[in-house]
Design a protein around this ligand. Sequence first.
Ligand SMILES: [Zn+2]
Length: 111
Amino acid sequence: MKQLTNLIIEFEEKIKMLMDELQFLKMRAYVLEDENEKLRLEIMDVYQYYLKEAGDPKSLREQAPGQGLENLGRLYNEGFHICNLHFGQMRSDGDCLFCMGFLDKNSRTGK
Ligand SMILES: [Zn+2]
């Protein structure tokens, strides 16, 4: 009987540990979701900035030489879509032809 009691106590401790872990994961998920939202807004800003400046290659050169395109290229390399079809979403299937077309087209007209 004593052995059974010990097993129950052991089990109870394991459950407590799992609950702690669950609490930690919940906090972690919250932080990540928050961060994700901030990053999404940040890339939207970059995108809006680039769209605004891209219509006028001269002012883009004067105000921020290639910065918009550079940021978008960086986002693409970090694994995000920068094409208007999936903008801001993670690229899960390797290279995206739309993104690459967008970068290619704009790197040529920007110079
Ligand atoms: Zn894409």
